[in-house]
Ligand binder design. Structure first.
Ligand code: AMP
Ligand code: MG
Length: 334
């Protein structure tokens, strides 16, 4: 029997499949792309409702499955945007009831870690989890994934998206910023940070991005080329993340770094992590990009692992938790 994973924490609705041996298969995904403005939770939830049945059909068709092949339903129970989480949870409960199969609510952040471990074959990494709404440095300690450092204000991806939106670049802005930054350094290989300095966002083991955002917007408004500001912005905020990740490796004595979250698609960030790890004889891992962005497959995988360890979610315990923390989920499967 297969496990169906349902992801709906924010901008993306996604269905992914895990076979009985725990092998993951690519997700069927739809992401809301607002014409203007940011992601509105209720509009994203409406998008998820409208996209659900066609997307589910295409996920099943991708492996030539019928609903009767599904033996378990996993869904993101949190953290995330309430209205979006509720759509995913409702679909999950509906399917579990209709096909009389067990239900399992999983922790979205932990799912990013487990798909990364599975894909990269690493064992006990420090995770640099950089997504739209979340920015955390995480390590396993005494049976839980502990948050060693995190953003004190907005997620790094949201910061990139907000900066991009102010320049008229639609969501998701991160990939466009990456292209513009690359163009700047390709065209100006001797570029320096002179006149492009930004605040450096490290506070001990924590990070902060709203001040950098304001300063970067100010640079553009003062006439600096957009490509140059994109380059400086990436260099500053990625350095900050890599610095905290390095300190986490040093403190924990671990020798593996694993990237996760949508911003982990960024080639420059991947390169910086590789360089840092090489310097300290550690290894940097980054999953395929389709498993960095939010995807149903990672939810299915964690559901499969937790059920394998005997956990299921009863209907009366299946409510979503917008504020679920990474360290609230005991690691019972490893
Ligand atoms: P997630 O919330 O994990 O699905 O990730 C979505 C976030 O990843 C958005 O903020 C995107 O702008 C960001 N993102 C996706 N691709 C890239 C990239 N190549 N560089 C930087 N950010 C990216
Ligand atoms: Mg995510």
């Amino acid at each position: 029997m297969w496990t169906l994973g349902i992801e709906s924490t924010a901008h993306t609705l996604s269905f992914g499949l895990i076979d009985k041996n725990g092998i993951p298969f690519p997700s069927s995904t739809s992401t809301i792309k607002p014409e203007k403005g940011g992601i509105h939770p209720r509009e994203a939830a409406d998008h998820h409702k409208a996209a659900a049945s066609e997307l589910l059909a295409s996920a099943l068709a991708s492996q030539s499955l019928s609903p009767l092949d599904i033996g378990a339903i996993a869904y993101s129970q949190g953290p995330g945007l309430g209205p979006c989480l509720r759509v995913g949870a409702s679909i999950a409960r509906g399917l579990a009831a209709k096909f009389d199969v067990p239900l399992i609510g999983v922790n979205h952040c932990v799912a990013h870690i487990e798909i990364g471990r599975q894909q990269c074959g690493c064992d006990d990494p420090v995770l640099l989890y950089v997504s739209g709404g979340n920015t955390q440095v995480i390590a396993r300690l005494e049976g839980k994934y502990r948050v060693l450092g995190e953003t004190l204000d907005i997620g790094i991806g949201n910061m990139l998206d907000k900066f991009a939106r102010a320049q008229g670049i639609p969501f998701p802005g991160g990939p466009v910023i990456e292209k513009l930054a690359k163009k700047w350094i390709d065209d100006n290989p001797n570029a320096t940070m002179e006149g492009l300095e930004l605040p450096y966002a490290v506070r001990g083991m924590d990070l902060a991005f709203s001040g950098v955002l304001t300063a970067a917007l100010r640079l553009v408004n003062s006439g600096k080329p957009l490509e140059a500001v994109c380059w400086s912005l990436q260099e500053h905020v990625f350095s900050a993340c890599v610095e905290v990740a390095e300190r986490a490796l040093a403190h924990t004595g671990k020798t593996e770094l694993l990237l996760g979250g949508g911003v982990a698609c960024n080639t420059r960030l991947r390169t910086m992590c590789t360089l840092m790890c090489e310097e300290r004889e550690a290894t940097s891992f980054a999953p395929p990009r389709m498993y960095c962005i939010d995807n149903g497959t990672m939810i299915g995988l964690l559901g499969h692992l937790e059920m394998g360890a005997g956990r299921v979610t009863e209907f009366d315990k299946s409510a979503i938790d917008q504020y679920l923390r990474t360290d609230q989920t005991p690691i019972i499967w490893a």
